[in-house]
Design a protein around this ligand. Structure first.
Ligand code: 2RA
Length: 370
C-alpha cells in the first residue's frame, strides 16, 4: 500500500477534480496523484492491474486504458464506472506519468520507447527489455536500489522467476547462495485465457464422455503434465527455463550463479509453484531458514507438515504474499536446503510486482517519470 507518499517531481501541481471527456469517472488530482496508463488493459494481466490499482488505492489523477486497435472503444470498469479503452499509439502516452505495459514483446519494443520519449515512465511485464543492461529488472523486496538507475524503462521478471525468488532471496541473505535447481509447476493462466478455457473444456468433455480436443498446447493438459513451456533452444532448455536462470542472476546480482531449471505446465488454473534445491556457502539449519522466510515481507511461512500445513496453488491464488514450506535439509548437497513455494503468477508474477515497483519508487522519493 502507498502509505508514505512523498512529493515527487513530474506530478500534477494543483488539487482539483478531473472529469474525463471519455467517461463519467472523476479522479482526484493533487501533488500526490498520477496519470497512469495501462497497455494491454483488456488482457488478463491488464485486468489484474486495474483491480490491484483500485485495491491499493493507488493515487490516480487519471487512468488511461490502452490496447490494440481491435479492443479500442471497449470499456473497462474502475470504481464501478466505465472508462473507454483507447488505441495504444505513440501519441496516447502524452501527459502520462507512468504506464504499466502488459503486452507482447514485439508491441512493447515499439511502443515503450515512444512512451519514454513523451516523458512517461514504463514499467514493463514483457521480456522485451529484461536483459538489457540499461534496464533495471526489479523485484522491489530484493533489489530496489536498481530503480535509481533506470533510463525510462523498468522491467518486471517472468512469473516463475518472481515466485521462486520470494523464497530463495531471504535464504540467500541468510546463508549465501552457491547453486540452485528449480523445478516449476506452472498454471495454465500463465499461458492465457485460451489455455484456461482449454483445460475447462477438456475437463467438461471428459466428464461427459466426449472426445477431448486441443489447440493451445501440444498435448492434452487435463490429467497431464507438459514439460515444455516456450520453445526449445539448441541447448535443450526451453525459453522459460533459460529466463529463470538469467533473470535470477540479474535480480540477485549473482552473475556467476550456478542455476538450472525444468519448467512444467500443470493442470492448475492459477498460481505457480516451484520446488527448489539450493546449496549455500554457509551452514544451514531448517529453523534458521524458517526464521529467514518468516521475516521476509514478500513471503509467508506455512511449514507444519504434521498438520498437513504447506502452500498449495489454490491457497495462494489471489494472495499478495507467496507461501513457502516443506523446508528440509537437502541430503544431496553440502549446506543444502529443499523447499516449496506457491505464488500467484498474475499478481506477484506480473501485475502486483509492477504496482509494488511504482509504490516503491514513490516511497524512495523517486519521480514517476521517464
Ligand atoms: C507462463 N511464464 O507461465 C509464462 C507467463 N509469462 O507460461
Amino acid at each position: 500500500m502507498l502509505t508514505a507518499m512523498t512529493r515527487a517531481e513530474g506530478l500534477i501541481p494543483s488539487v482539483a477534480h478531473l472529469s474525463s471527456s471519455r467517461s463519467n469517472i472523476s479522479f482526484t488530482v493533487s501533488n500526490n496523484s498520477y496519470r497512469v496508463g495501462i497497455v494491454g488493459a483488456t488482457g488478463a494481466v491488464g485486468q489484474e492491474l486495474i483491480a490491484l490499482l483500485q485495491a491499493h488505492a493507488f493515487p490516480l489523477a487519471e487512468l488511461r486504458p490502452l490496447a490494440s486497435a481491435r479492443s479500442a472503444g471497449k470499456s473497462i470498469e474502475f470504481g464501478g464506472k466505465k472508462i473507454t479503452v483507447q488505441e495504444a499509439r505513440p501519441d496516447a502516452f502524452a501527459g502520462l506519468n507512468v504506464c504499466f505495459f502488459a503486452a507482447g514483446g514485439s508491441v512493447t519494443k515499439v511502443l515503450a520507447p515512444e512512451a519514454v520519449k513523451r516523458g512517461c515512465l514504463v514499467i514493463d511485464k514483457s521480456s522485451a527489455f529484461r536483459m538489457d543492461p540499461d534496464v533495471p529488472l526489479v523485484v522491489p523486496e530484493i533489489n530496489p536500489e536498481a530503480l535509481r538507475r533506470h533510463k525510462g524503462i523498468i522491467a518486471s521478471p517472468n512469473c516463475s522467476t518472481a515466485v521462486a525468488l520470494m523464497a530463495l532471496f531471504p535464504l540467500h541473505q541468510a546463508f549465501g547462495l552457491k547453486r540452485v535447481v528449480f523445478s516449476t509447476y506452472q498454471s495454465v493462466s500463465g499461458t492465457g485465457a485460451d489455455a484456461i478455457l482449454e483445460l475447462e473444456q477438456q475437463a467438461q468433455a471428459h466428464a461427459a464422455g466426449h472426445p477431448l480436443t486441443r489447440e493451445v498446447y501440444p498435448h492434452q493438459i487435463f490429467q497431464n503434465l507438459i514439460p515444455h513451456i516456450d520453445s526449445f533452444g539448441a541447448d535443450g532448455y526451453t525459453g522459460e527455463e533459460t529466463k529463470m536462470c538469467i533473470e535470477s542472476r540479474k535480480i540477485l546480482g549473482l552473475m556467476d550463479l550456478k542455476v538450472s531449471a525444468t519448467c512444467i505446465r500443470v493442470p492448475v488454473v492459477r498460481a505457480h509453484s516451484v520446488s527448489i534445491n539450493a546449496e549455500f556457502a554457509r551452514p544451514v539449519t531448517v529453523e534458521a531458514a524458517r526464521q529467514a522466510i518468516a521475516a521476509f515481507p514478500g513471503a509467508e511461512l506455512i511449514d507444519e507438515p504434521a498438520r498437513n500445513a504447506y502452500p498449495t496453488p489454490l491457497a495462494y491464488s489471489r494472495r499478495e504474499k507467496c507461501g513457502v514450506g516443506r523446508i528440509r535439509l537437502d541430503t544431496a548437497l553440502d549446506n543444502g536446503l529443499a523447499l516449496w513455494v506457491s505464488g500467484d503468477n498474475l499478481w506477484k508474477g506480473a501485475a502486483l510486482n509492477a504496482i509494488q515497483t511504482a509504490e516503491k519508487m514513490v516511497a524512495m522519493g523517486l519521480p514517476l517519470k521517464a
